[in-house]
Design a protein around this ligand. Structure first.
Ligand SMILES: [Zn+2]
Length: 173
């Protein structure tokens, strides 16, 4: 990496640390010619292939602005949105591919958004999965209800002490 000040073709790493929960590495470098220091940022390459075939760098900001619309009027904070975008990025990076389809991003948003706010989830899913009838909403709501029921059965932590052994017995249902 050459020096941005004097263009000397070499530089030396003087410090290296991970940032942003380990998804980036910041390196402090020093130029052996002019002695000035500068910082480089290293991240795993992740780009998005849009439906048009155009490729662009993955952007958490775009996730946030896409999801924010679905969250209008809902009790969802900017911090919630930032965290959701982070989870989406982590999920996508775990797939290990440097290029991802825009469609997969939508899929990766659905799970964390459902955990965050179910109304926002339904709005987002209705656009993303192109719901075109009440049946589509009904199916989505039915599956949310089924999850609620499973959660209630599976483990209200306050109740676990009383009937802990039955937890394994409840699975055959
Ligand atoms: Zn230099």
């Amino acid at each position: 990496m050459h020096c941005p000040f004097c263009r000397h073709p070499d530089s030396r790493v003087v410090d290296s640390r991970t940032a942003d929960d380990g998804s980036q590495i910041r390196r402090r470098r020093q130029c052996p010619a002019c002695g000035r220091r500068f910082t480089t940022l290293e991240t795993a390459s992740l780009s998005v292939v849009k439906r048009s075939g155009v490729t662009e760098p993955f952007s958490r900001d775009k996730i946030v602005s896409g999801v924010r619309k679905a969250c209008q009027g809902r009790p969802v904070s900017e911090d919630d949105l930032a965290l959701l975008a982070q989870r989406v990025e982590e999920t996508l990076r775990q797939q290990g591919s440097a290029e991802i389809d825009a469609y997969e991003i939508g899929l990766a948003i659905l799970g964390p958004l459902r955990d965050l706010d179910e109304v926002a989830y339904l709005r987002f899913a209705s656009v993303y999965q192109a719901f075109d009838s009440l049946d589509d909403f009904e199916t989505a709501i039915t599956s949310l209800r089924a999850e609620h029921a499973a959660r209630l059965q599976g483990g209200d932590e306050g109740q676990v002490g009383r009937e802990a052994p039955s937890e394994t017995a409840s699975s055959p249902a």
